[in-house]
Design a protein around this ligand. Structure first.
Ligand code: GAR
Length: 188
């Protein structure tokens, strides 16, 4: 069974979906650590509720990415982490972690990449007036939401779509798709 760390910055509903599948025995993984760059984020409460250890930090307390990623790397090594799962972690992964976990970091993004990378993919899709968006799961490389695509699922955007309704549709897909893709990856 793989030892995994989830990285998140916000509410952590995807983190929760992963926790739930692990608890049901559907996803075979040891959820060893949450890494969070926002000390007040709700995902930390989710970790606490489930007795999952967490490491939280503020980037502003460090001289740069190298310094905080070295600290994260120390925690990952202490916990014998084999796989990193990004779930709404809103920072680029730098060379320190990429080198150590090459091919073993995955990300979920709320658009059909390569469309609408970066922040607020949902707002970007609505502003662009597209009729379809979706969810992408991909391996992480040094780029912003680039890296080999593992899975994608489309969602229709209705004429009356709001940010809230689209976000809800996307979350619904994400909460199914991410655990399913992880299940396949971890069984290899
Ligand atoms: C998710 O929709 C995820 O796809 C997105 O952040 C949200 C986090 O929600 N990630 C990105 O935009 C990455 N570029 P959650 O905190 O409820 O899981």
């Amino acid at each position: 069974m793989k030892n995994i760390a989830v990285f998140a910055s916000g509410s952590g509903s995807n983190f929760q979906a992963i926790i739930d599948e692990v608890k049901k025995g559907e996803l075979q993984a040891n959820l060893k650590l949450l890494v969070c760059d926002k000390p007040n984020a709700f995902c930390i409460e989710r970790a606490t509720n489930e007795d999952i250890p967490y490491f939280t930090f503020s980037a502003k307390d460090y001289a740069g990415k190298e310094e905080y990623e070295n600290e994260i790397l120390k925690k990952l090594k202490e916990n014998k982490i084999e796989f990193i799962v990004l779930a709404g972690y809103m920072r680029l992964i730098g060379p320190i972690l990429l080198k150590e976990f090459e091919g073993r970091i995955v990300n979920i993004h709320p658009s059909l990449l390569p469309a609408f990378p970066g922040k607020d993919a949902i707002g970007q899709a609505l502003n662009a007036n597209v009729k379809k968006s979706g969810v992408t799961i991909h391996f992480v490389d040094e780029g912003m939401d680039t890296g080999p695509i593992i899975a994608q699922q489309e969602v229709d955007i209705d004429s009356a779509e709001t940010r809230e309704s689209l976000q809800e549709k996307i979350h619904e897909i994400e909460h199914q798709l991410y655990p399913a893709v992880l299940k396949k990856l971890f069984s290899k």
